[in-house]
Design a protein around this ligand. Structure first.
Ligand code: PMT
Length: 321
């Protein structure tokens, strides 16, 4: 099934109900950081859903938990960027990603003394929690991190376009880091039933259509001066580099981070027009809990610095956040 145009997609899919609120938050954030000449990165993270009913009970989803995006946002903050963290609702978030599941409760001690009950952090956990808490508080005190959330693929695109249009004013100081796992297939709005599909009606036949690729208008129209990094995920190694390179040639952006589903947290390849640069963590580094995102982000920050015309990126900002 041929893909419709991106204009048609926006014409058919209305903005989400909280769109104007999110747009105002984005506007305030971009204007505030732009006024100080700060670098701003838009990090997209997590997977998009494709609703199968308007009153959505069921939807098509994908595997992404947002590990890459949440970790990367932290490293961009360390490099002095203001970070727009555009993430799938309830996916991993910067800082709290380090304490998912029961991890946080396992770090706490309860002294049950009735009305004088206290909760303390276990001594051996203080050294784990304190540095993360410090970085979290510093980011929030500086107003350097904005969260905006999406669920469906159309919510994602509305937010993406709004953020890009606002970042256009930031010129080459804007960086786009498109790590979200965006659906390539969807059910057009007029083919989606209003109410929950009934099993009594028999097995549904669901035809998925192609979602238009938004990289084309994003690079050419919405945010033409930004440093744009897209991601390419494959499960067949033979396709990985050819498809990453084909994307670069087609959309003419700056870099594709190529990764395989099975090894994505130990190995990536940064594909630019001139080179393929492989980043691989050793087994020891993986066991020591080193994030590959720290290395990816450092390399991208360096490339972004060169794009802005100044070799040492963190000093590019004219004023502290
Ligand atoms: O969350 P984790 O478990 O840590 O996993 C991280 C990750 C594997 C999700 C991440 O590293 C990654 O590869 N993200 C991109 C996955 C993806 O959508 O790849 P793709 O080949 O389908 O799309 C390529 C690019 O096209 C993406 O940057 C996407 O933003 C863009 N795209 C996709 C669909 C669409 N309709 N329009 C687009 O512009």
């Amino acid at each position: 099934m041929a893909s419709g145009s991106w204009e048609e997609f926006f014409a058919v899919h209305l903005p989400p109900t909280d769109f104007e609120d999110n747009r105002s938050l984005l506007k305030e954030f971009c204007e505030r950081h732009d006024q100080y000449g700060n670098k701003i990165v838009l990090v997209t993270s997590g997977g998009t859903t494709v609703p199968l009913e308007h009153n959505t009970v069921r939807f098509v989803d994908n595997f992404s938990a947002g590990t890459r995006g949440a970790a990367s946002a932290e490293y961009f903050l360390e490099h002095g960027y203001a970070v727009i963290f555009m993430h799938r609702q309830k996916s991993l978030e910067p800082f709290t990603r380090n304490f998912t599941g029961q991890k946080l409760f396992d770090m706490l001690d309860l002294q049950d003394r009735g009305p004088n009950t206290t909760i303390t952090v276990k001594q051996d956990s203080v050294f784990v929690l304190a540095p993360v808490l410090q970085r979290y508080q510093a980011a929030h005190a500086a107003g350097a991190l904005l969260h905006v959330a999406f669920t469906s693929v159309s919510e994602y695109f509305w937010l993406l376009r709004a953020a890009c249009e606002l970042l256009a004013r930031t010129g080459p100081r804007a960086l786009l880091y498109l790590a979200a796992a965006v659906s390539d297939f969807y059910v057009p709005k007029d083919r989606v039933p209003t109410h929950k599909m009934q099993s009594a009606s028999g097995p549904p036949v669901i035809q998925l259509h192609l979602v238009p690729k938004m990289l084309a208008p994003l690079v050419n129209l919405w945010v033409p001066e930004a440093y744009v990094v897209s991601f390419k995920l494959e499960t067949d190694e033979n396709l990985l580099i050819p498809k990453a390179r084909a994307a670069l040639e087609k959309y003419k952006h700056k870099m594709v981070v190529a990764n395989m589903l099975q090894t994505r947290h130990q190995r990536v390849i940064l594909v630019t027009p001139d080179a393929n640069q492989e980043i691989v963590l050793s087994r020891e580094e993986v066991h020591a809990g080193i994030d590959i995102e720290g290395v990816i982000v450092s390399d991208i920050v360096r490339a972004h610095g060169a794009h802005m015309g100044c070799g040492a990126p963190p000093s590019c900002a004219r004023s502290p956040r």
